[in-house]
Structures are given as structure tokens and as C-alpha cells.
Design a protein around this ligand. Structure first.
Ligand code: 1BO
Length: 272
């Protein structure tokens, strides 16, 4: 599996996203994904499935150190003491002594970023997280975070797929040695019948989703497709035996714009 290197972290290029996966379904998918060769699982406090992610991890029989586990601190826990307490709770639910990557899930303008980052770095120093990073941060917030954080940030996890242009965020991350981790990398399934992707896929014997994921990892982006279907797990990881040409990469990149965003909330920052 290709690894994305970022400020000391080695993030497997494909992971399983678990947003909206709950209960037994979540535990089974995590177990199955790991049995199929996934080595990167992404969860979050707000997904309310950290316990099940831990269960799936143990049921898979894959050694803990061979799996890259990410969780994210929810915005209501950004006050320094809360951040440490809630991170301990996450570890207890996962039944892990540390995660590989701990992220601030969304920016929260109501708590000074410097304080939150200080607490995040402290949690890392305590050995509860091997690496730390952010999610849903804009370019301005990335710059502010990098300047304020006493520890290097490994990534910004953002929505990214062919319909959403993330050039500015990608450039900001590259400037600071940070990886981009893409959530909703197949645009919540909307790319499935996309004629450009289908056509490119036909030339390689691949599906539109596989072309889309290949386009991401060829940019050195780690992608965390979520699926509730076991049969999709194999499809999403079977992207390391072909290569898109420069022309194909370019055609796909041309499809993106600022209008392609699918995940937005009232508390979201002003996007780039
Ligand atoms: C509210 C969850 C967004 C993606 O992690």
C-alpha cells in the first residue's frame, strides 16, 4: 500500500472512512476491511462509533501496530482540559493506548485556536497520539495553526473529489509538509455514472470510483472512502495496479469548481 509521508507521519493512501457507520455494521466493515488489506481506519468522536471501530480492529486479528487509526476531537471539547479528557475517552472507547493521528474535527472560532493547539500538542507529548492535525481548515486557518502549534501538523482532512477544486488547500498543505486526507472522495457516490470517469476507466478496466480514487492518490492525497457495502471494500482498494496518464489526470482535475462542495454546515468556516 502506498504511504503518504507528512511531517513524520506515514499515512496509508487508502483508508476506510466510518462517518455514519454505526453498531454491528461498523464493526463488521472495519473487520472485513482489515482482512482485505486496509491498514487505515478513520473515525471521530461525533461519529459515535469509536467503540465499534475498536471491536472491528480486534476481531480482524491484524496487529495493532500495522494499522493507522485516526480519530477526531469534536468542537465542543476544544477547551484545553476538555480536549485532554475527551481524547482519553476516545482511547478508552477504542481500547487503544494511543491513536496514530488525532485531529481537530472542525475549526471553532469560539475557543482561541492557540489554546486548543497547545492542548492537542500536549496530548501528543503525553503519548496519546503519534501525530496530530486538523480537519476542515481553510488556507488562512492552516497558516494560523502552523504558526501557533508547538508540534508539526501532519494533515488537513477535507472534502475532496473531482467536483470540488481544492487547489488552494493542497498548495497550503504542501508548503507546510502536511498531507491532504480526502473525505467523501467519490462525492458520496455521485461520480458513479460520470461519463469522463467511466470512459477513462474503460481504458484501464476500472470503475469510475476506482479512477476517482486513483486520481487522488496520484496527487499524493490519502483517500478515505466510506461504504456500507462489503463488496465495495475490495473495489475501493484495488487501485494500485494502474496509472492515469498526465492527460487523464488533467481531464479529471478540470471537472472541479468551488460549487462542488457536498458537506456544509452553519458552523463551517468561510471556504477558500
Ligand atoms: C460532521 C462530520 C463531517 C465529516 O467528518
Amino acid at each position: 500500500m502506498q504511504l503518504i509521508e507528512a511531517n513524520g507521519a506515514k499515512i496509508p493512501a487508502i483508508g476506510l472512512g466510518t462517518w455514519e457507520l454505526r453498531g454491528r455494521t461498523c464493526a463488521r466493515l472495519v473487520e472485513q476491511a482489515l482482512k482485505l488489506g486496509y491498514r487505515h481506519i478513520d473515525t471521530a468522536q461525533v461519529y459515535e462509533n469509536e467503540r465499534e471501530v475498536g471491536e472491528g480492529l480486534r476481531a480482524s486479528g491484524v496487529r495493532r501496530n500495522d494499522v493507522f487509526v485516526t480519530t477526531k476531537v469534536w468542537t465542543t471539547h476544544f477547551a484545553p482540559n476538555d480536549l485532554e479528557r475527551s481524547s482519553k475517552e476516545s482511547l478508552a472507547k477504542l481500547r487503544l493506548s494511543e491513536v496514530d493521528l488525532l485531529l481537530l474535527h472542525w475549526p471553532n472560532p469560539h475557543v482561541p485556536l492557540q489554546e486548543t493547539l497547545g492542548a492537542l500538542a500536549h496530548v501528543k507529548k503525553l503519548g496519546m497520539a503519534r501525530h496530530i492535525g486538523v480537519s476542515n481548515f481553510t488556507v488562512a486557518l492552516i497558516e494560523e495553526a502552523v504558526a501557533a502549534c508547538p508540534e508539526p501538523l501532519a494533515c488537513d482532512q477535507v472534502e475532496y473529489h473531482p467536483y470540488l477544486d481544492q487547489t488552494k488547500v493542497r498548495e497550503a498543505c504542501a508548503r507546510h509538509g502536511m498531507a491532504v486526507v480526502a473525505y467523501s472522495p467519490v462525492a458520496k457516490g455521485r461520480i458513479k455514472g460520470d461519463q469522463t470517469l467511466v470512459q477513462i476507466g474503460q481504458a484501464h478496466g476500472k470503475t469510475a470510483a476506482q479512477v476517482c480514487l486513483r486520481w487522488l492518490v496520484q496527487q499524493n492525497v490519502s483517500a478515505i472512502p466510506r461504504t456500507s457495502k462489503i463488496e465495495r471494500l475490495s473495489e475501493n482498494i484495488d487501485i494500485f495496479d494502474f496509472e492515469l496518464s498526465d492527460d487523464e489526470m488533467h481531464r479529471i482535475s478540470q471537472m472541479g469548481s468551488a460549487k462542488g462542495r457536498l458537506t456544509n454546515f452553519g458552523f463551517a468556516p468561510k471556504w477558500d
